[in-house]
Structure formats: structure tokens, C-alpha cells
Unconditional design. Sequence first.
Length: 181
Amino acid sequence: MQATHTDNELVQKAKDEDTGAFSVLVDRYRQKVFQTCMGFVHNTDDAEDLTQEIFVKAWNALRSFDERAAFSTWLYRIAVNKSINHTRKMKLRSFTGINDEVTESGYVDENAENNLMRSEQRAQIKSAVSKLKSRQKKAFVLFYYQELSLTEVADVLEMSPKATESLIFRARKKLQGLLSR
């Protein structure tokens, strides 16, 4: 299956039971879905499990997908909702927005003091972001860490772009206030 097909072409083929077309979509979005999950669950194993569950859910719900929306938006909405549900179920109430796996994957700063500072910064960010309202947290993660456009975040959250922009602005201001203390 060529990667040059549009998402909508691949979705249409997948709806006709073409698993190869769906595999291309999985390959295209696996990393972004995983990163979205990590932004909420902060655990590689949980994020990998959720990523797999999200694609299974997407495959099973594909017939109900309305192709007037972007496939990526629909998929991110599933990812955000699944991640939040998992977080609630596991009673995880925090988010760092920084991938704690960086040091485990081999990148180690020579300077232990810098590592300690990074660790303290992660803890401060984690604490501050955990104090954001749920919708602010979602918008913040999608906009700043997933680098979705304002319109894409608005689509995922089912809000107007103006309301989304205001939500992100308020989240950023609240974080600045919390982190400046």
C-alpha cells in the first residue's frame, strides 16, 4: 500500500476490510498517538498498551467515522478520551509534559547538578500542570506537546478556535503564575 494515499482514501479502503490500508494509517499515526498517551499517563508500558487499544477501537469504529472530519482529529479524540479514562481509572492526577524516559534511553548529562535541576523542574511542571482544569490540560498538551494547530485542537476538543485559543491562553497564564511562585 503506497504511503501517498490520503487519509480519506485509506479510510475508505479500510472500511472495505482492507487491513493493509489501515496498517498504513497505523504506521502514519502510531508515534503521535503514543506521544499523546504519554502526555497523560507518563508510563511507557501504559502508553504502548493504550496506543494499541486506540487503534483497535478505531478499527472497530471505522464504519461510524464521518469522513467530513479529518481522520487524525477523530483518532486524537479517541486517544485523548482513552488516556483520560485510563488516568482516572488509575487515579493518576498528574502530568509532566516532559518525557521522563529520556535519561533511561541513554542520554545522560555529564553534570549531575544539571540532572538534579531537570528533575526538580519536571517535578515543578508536573505539580503545576496537575492543577490545571481538565479542558485546559487537554488543550495545553495537544497544542504545546503534540504541536497540533489551534484548529486541530479545537476539532479534537469540539470547540470553536476562539474558545480553544482562550483556553490555551488561560492555561499558559495559570502555569506561569504557578511556576513563578
